[in-house]
Design a binder for this molecule. Structure first.
Ligand SMILES: Cc1ncc(COP(=O)(O)O)c(C=O)c1O
Length: 404
């Protein structure tokens, strides 16, 4: 049997919406992007969300919005996808890495140790769709002693007068923390709509705006983000076409980060079906794995939902007790040979050449290495029925018996 790792959810409604977009005569940023932004905001329960062409772009845009640049530090987990660190480097600042806890997420006690007068932002990452400890992070950045260290160097920094919480929620749309969607935590929360994510637009992202009010006017921040993500141009192509006149102005050295309508068309249908179909189906697969792997003493299950945290079930991040990295790799070879495609999330950043060459050392992040070395991410998506799940579980169990 061939089982793919993470094919996108595409049905006839999505095909129809994409075809209608093609036939509408408008395929780049336009009414469908606006509709998707409205729908994201409605589903998350916030006033404003701004779409862009990837989570990477969204994170970079927000670092830029906060005036983060050379000489500044941004605290990130060592265990994440490279984009979390790359955006900090693109902003000209320094990524300061912290180790993680057993649940894969940033250890807030480690974050506290790394805060200096140069710290401008913290980027918590909800690995695999499991929410970070947002309340602790929130309390930390608001502690008088931590706030007194903060040195504001931009208008927005002066207004907020503390470290910015910029959540990398690339994995966690649909997850909840303290009974609220994760999109409501963090000053800004950035979702990814990349092809393998729970909700996709092929490539894309959305930025949820949660800054303290009334100090910040969310509608105004939204308008700024839209302007800055379209070259700082006062009129987009659609409004020019629709009779607003040809003449535009460039008022800011913006980026080209806008989402096209053809992508938003996919996301609109996906998001409409997310709560009623896609997410429950992911939960079904997740819970079936959990029931089956619970029978094996060698299997360490991923974090399970609690009263305070529910996962978006983006990944099924299984860990194998008592194995080495080399044994894990051999297990993956065996599993792959049965036709089941699996992955590893993630290689901790200090293990990658770019970061190693810049002096980051994996020995300083033992928990990240420990989780990575024993981790195998299993396929998780609606099309996996009981037969396929059994096949995957058997493939993993047989690989374990053969290797260990
Ligand atoms: C944790 C994390 N952050 C950021 C990103 C970047 O998302 P995008 O591909 O939408 O830029 C990813 C993508 O895989 C991710 O896994």
């Amino acid at each position: 049997m061939k089982i793919r790792f993470s094919p996108p959810f595409i049905d006839d409604d999505i095909r129809r919406e994409v075809l209608e977009t093609l036939d509408s005569g408008w395929i780049t940023s336009g009414p469908r992007v606006l509709a998707l932004e409205k729908l994201v905001a409605e589903k998350i329960g916030i006033g404003h969300a701004a779409c862009c062409n990837s989570a990477t772009s969204g994170l970079l845009l927000m670092l830029h919005w906060y005036g983060i640049g050379p000489g500044d530090e941004v605290i990130i987990p060592a265990y994440t996808y490279a984009a979390t660190a790359l955006v900090v480097m693109h902003a000209g600042a320094t990524p300061v890495m912290v180790d993680v806890k057993e649940d894969f997420n940033m250890d807030v006690t480690e974050v506290r140790k790394k805060i200096t007068s140069k710290t401008k932002a913290i980027i918590p990452v909800d690995i695999a769709g499991w929410p970070c400890d947002y309340e602790s992070i929130d309390q930390l950045v608001n502690e008088p002693e931590v706030k007194s260290k903060f040195q504001a160097t931009s208008e927005n920094q002066k207004k907020l007068s503390r470290i910015l919480i910029l959540s990398d929620a690339a994995h966690s749309i649909g997850a909840t923390y303290k009974q609220k969607p994760v999109g409501q935590w963090g000053d800004f929360v950035v979702f990814s709509f990349h092809a393998v994510k729970n909700v996709t637009t092929a490539e894309g992202g959305a930025i949820c705006i949660n800054l303290p009010q009334p100090a910040f006017d969310h509608a105004e921040v939204y308008r700024t983000l839209k302007l800055w993500s379209l070259n700082g141009q006062t009129k987009d192509a659609l409004s020019k076409t629709n009779g607003a006149g040809w003449k535009y102005d460039i008022v800011y050295p913006g980026f080209k980060m806008n989402m096209p309508d053809i992508c938003a068309a996919i996301g609109l249908v996906q998001l409409r079906k997310y709560g009623s179909h896609i997410l429950p189906e992911r939960q079904r697969v997740f819970n079936t794995y959990t029931k089956q792997f619970a029978a094996f003493a060698w299997a360490q299950l991923p974090p399970q939902d609690t009263a305070d945290k529910t996962s978006s079930c983006h990944l099924y991040a299984l860990r194998i007790n008592g194995i080495t990295e080399a044994q894990r790799d051999k297990m993956i070879e065996r599993i792959t040979a049965t036709g089941v495609s699996v992955n590893v999330h993630f290689q901790p950043l200090p293990m990658l050449t770019l970061f190693r060459d810049r002096g980051y050392r994996i020995a300083e992040y033992p928990a990240a290495y420990n989780s990575y070395s024993r981790e195998i991410s299993l396929p998780i998506y609606p099309e996996l029925d009981a037969e396929k799940i059994n096949y995957i579980v058997n493939a993993v169990a047989q690989a374990y018996r053969a290797i260990v």
